[in-house]
Design a protein around this ligand. Sequence first.
Ligand SMILES: [Zn+2]
Ligand SMILES: [Zn+2]
Length: 448
Amino acid sequence: MASASTTASSAPVFNTYIDFVTYLKDRKCSKCNTALIQSSKDVDALFQSWLNGKASVNSQIKCKKCSKATTCIACPGHTKPTVTEANGIKVSWCCSRGRLFMIWVLLCGYDQEYCTRKRREAASSSSSSRSGKSQKTSSSGTGVGYSRWSDREFRGDPFGRADAYDRMAGQRTKEAPGGKQKADAQTAERRLDRFDMMVFAVLGALCPSPGNDQNDKVPLSSFDVRPPKAVVSMLVVSRILSKAAELLRNDSLDNATQRTDLYMALITFLKRVGVHDVSKQEVIFDDRLVLPENVNLLTLSFSGAHPPPDRTKETASSLADGLRRLNIQSDMMMRGAQNARNEFKDQPGQDMLWLCREISDLSTHLKIEEWWTQVGGCGSVVGADHGIVEVSDDQMKGMYSYISEALALTQSPPGRIRRLITEITSLKTGLSSGIYVKHAMSRLDIMK
Ligand SMILES: [Zn+2]
Ligand SMILES: [Zn+2]
């Protein structure tokens, strides 16, 4: 019946995305024999239909010619699909190849969006510097458009319910007439964050699970246990890792706390790929590839190149290193909070500590400390961490000229200590080398 039925011995092995794309290009409509994937446009069209809700997030694709029915790209589709959900989006697959196909489409779609975003950012910053005009809301018109993935209102519930999806494309939030431009920019930023969050969340559901993942919602399959290496080959050239690195590089826990749901989706994703044997080394611990601006998984898939031919010689620091730095901040924040519990009683304070605990938990999970000791945490980089030093109060008293004034200040206005902890935490990883700050152990405001 189905011409594609393969025996175990002849089953293709997908070690790279090229192996997989070669297989995909051969997949044909069972009714009219038209190839289902002919160019990158077909991938883009499928991704867009996921975004606008015209198609469900699964491995089904419609034949362009006869468009009779949708079929799974890889199997006759007689198997009962596995259904799960990611942040309110239903995600399902009927076979392992279908699941790999979905990961590929998602990463290709994300890469296009990410590269468009970067081009627009570059264009708008160069045009605004040339004309001196106030900058436009650079990100409001990216390829994401108003979609189901980017327009759900932020509700402060990191794993919000599906019913929140009723706000569909085109419904803008009401903005105060004053400060409209600022509000527009913030709205645009939130929409991009939300889109990124959805991609991390769906990837977190699709990528092979290491098996001890508390986010496992469906039973493990052979795809989880023995995943094709192509998954890793897709991830390492995808821009999703650049986005992950950008988020980890954030020196402001304050900022991260305002984007908790995005960070939580990132953490869920990293817990999968960072623990699974198939991906952890290349995705988390190896230095990242730096690809030319317009090269990404989609373009590489259709130029038939693996490894990427025009990759530049440079690499960027690993995700593990980014996480290590963020964890230094989190640790410090949590220690600071222990000495100033009252300052963290309100919602933002609680949110921040919650995020810090998640970051610390992720670092433990991924064994970041162990890795750091192994790769020689004693190297040149370690000096950077000494930019900010905690010294005993007594020691500080001896070298601080305003000590009597400082000691006289016994009542601290609420919020002041938290602000200080936040600032010192940012300095911890944000200081340029050669600048040193000392602060007293119990009095963060006494600094030198
Ligand atoms: Zn057809
Ligand atoms: Zn299938």
